[in-house]
Design a protein around this ligand. Sequence first.
Ligand SMILES: *[C@@H]1O[C@H](CO)[C@@H](O)[C@H](O)[C@H]1NC(C)=O
Ligand SMILES: *[C@@H]1O[C@H](CO)[C@@H](O)[C@H](O)[C@H]1NC(C)=O
Ligand SMILES: *[C@@H]1O[C@H](CO)[C@@H](O)[C@H](O)[C@H]1NC(C)=O
Length: 690
Amino acid sequence: MGKSHLLGESGWLATVLCFFFFLIACSAKTPQHKDILFKQLILHHTKVLLGKILRTTNNSSALGVQLQITSNQVVIDNGLVRVTFSSPGGDVIEIKYKGIDNILEIVNEEDNRGYWDVVWNRPGEPIIYDKLQATDFSVIMENEDQVEVSFSKRWSPSMDAVPLNVDKRYIIRRGSSGFYLYTILERLEGWPDVDMDQIRVVFKLHKEKFHFMALSDDRQRVMPMPEDRLTGLPLAYPEAVLLTNPINPELRGEVDDKYQYSCEVRDNRVHGWISDDPPVGFWMITPSNEFRVGGPTKQDLTSHVGPTVLNMFTSTHYAGEDLNTEYRNGEPWKKVLGPAYVYLNSISPSEDPEALWEDAKEQMSTEVRSWPYNFPQSEDFPSSHQRGNVLGQLIVRDRYINERLMHASFAYVGLAAPGDVGSWQMEAKGYQFWTQADRKGIFSINNVRAGNYSLYAWVPGIIGDYKYNVNIIIEPRSKIKLGVLVYDPPRNGPTLWEIGIPDRTASEFYVPDTYPTLMNKLYTNHPTDKFRQYGLWERYADMYPKNDLIYNVGVNTYVQDWFFAHVTREMGNKTYEATTWQIIFELESVSQSGNYTIQVALASAHMSELQVRVNTARGDPHLFTTGLIGKDNAIARHGIHGLYWLYSIQVPSSQLLQGNNIIYLTQSRSNSPFQGIMYDYIRLEAPRET
Ligand SMILES: *[C@@H]1O[C@H](CO)[C@@H](O)[C@H](O)[C@H]1NC(C)=O
Ligand SMILES: *[C@@H]1O[C@H](CO)[C@@H](O)[C@H](O)[C@H]1NC(C)=O
Ligand SMILES: *[C@@H]1O[C@H](CO)[C@@H](O)[C@H](O)[C@H]1NC(C)=O
């Protein structure tokens, strides 16, 4: 409010004063001296004057942005926050804020506080962590309102580094309690083959200060110290540790695992930590998902013990190697990751620390409203007038659900690289633009970068994936009106019965309590996130020690009786056995007019094979198998889903009986406790009436 007016006024005053100082400078002895004196005077007094005007009429936060460059450091200070970067490497090594000299972990080396990294490998070779150390520093923009700096590196074959040109950018603006970061990564045509499984930015905070972590309204807690993980007992994999001797005795007996704090891309907009003394918050705000991978349902890490704050731009978490992170045959690539906003806030010691979280959420909304930002200077980051929109309405045609056309209520509709139906969840190179339609299926995808896309969608409550049949070419200021689009989901005949809700998760099924000795207390009495407890895969064998799950259609309910994950059973001595679930159902008569269909939607698969038999037990040839699928690791990492898989399985009527029938579902691969699948939804369809 009134800011531009204020600046206008100070500009006018500065002009008057410049003239005044010019008169003083004229009295200097030599022309050179005159010149220097003149410049110094103007600079100094303009700054003082601007500062004073803004301080008295606005507040102290409105000091101009100052840039200070030395041989090995770059410091940017706007009076609210002072950020120091290593130069030319381009790591964030110090953040001074509200009486804390360094928000970051001072015990750590300078390259282990605030940095970018890429996990990469040459095909078939071991993985390498590359911290993207830059070799060149330059000032992109410098004035009192904004400073943008660049730490860059050009790759050459003689370098032992990931084959990428790197341009790490940082922006500090006047009156902004934090800083913006983004990075432009580029590989040119003909560069060597690589895999790039993970690209992220990491901040490690001062561990004596930051003890409370928050990632949503109902996922926040006092966290263990990093030392607690060293004194604790590692569980089935190193990330999960039982805290046997934590510094904060109240945490004794709890499990800590960073994967318990994962979140879906569509919800990953703000997370971070709170320091108790002084009460200060450090937040990672990501106003757009356009530069993330795998679409809105991809899950990833957020913050975790360290205290660590991540922004995951690419990773194979909860997707595995099905996510395409391979660059082959000299494929060129360029992508802008970010900008994201590192936001700091504070309150007086008498206020409730919760106010810091509330304020961080408000700031997140402010950032989302200002997206796409108009202030980053890279021409690789298009502003709003260089982007386009796509509008339309999606409806669903499935006459076995409803004779009439249905609105695709709250459908997820997105643009991603051209590909097959559903390919967006494996896509990790381009930009993706997703929105959620309204109750009537009306959608508007805004601020799309120019490019060539397919339009994809999926509808909560409806199986399968939609893809629009022509590619969408977005140009600057495009406003593409697609009108009404019709989705015909997979369907061969009327529903005889169904298990679950087609929503791409297993959350509606039975999720057991974990062992009292393996709890994360955040998730006690937490019905929506109960699946994030450690060790639930073992609970299956407790409940079904010998005989596997049997589900009687019409008798059982999936909420009570369908275990959320189809896992292996431990036989002792680290051996595991495959398990076979049964669905028992009755047919009054068997139609001979065609095949029956079992629609099986999976919410996750990890090194698994689902075999389906009808009325013949295991050992006999199967009617259908998925073959070996999946590497999303969602069972071990407490995801309630990984990637989505859909199978329409034909059952010849000759295999069905009047009266009782049994479908046998065998997950046949059994080398580990983490192998298994999660069902999303199962439906039996009769043949289409003729
Ligand atoms: C868009 O991409 C598709 C698939 O890669 C390609 O066939 C098509 O020619 C492209 N269209 C334009 C205009 O580039
Ligand atoms: C467990 O494995 C060990 C080592 O392979 C073997 O010596 C032992 O006999 C096994 N115990 C059982 C009960 O199978
Ligand atoms: C019925 O299912 C069988 C076995 O899956 C398949 O071979 C056959 O083609 C199907 N028939 C029709 C009409 O779809």
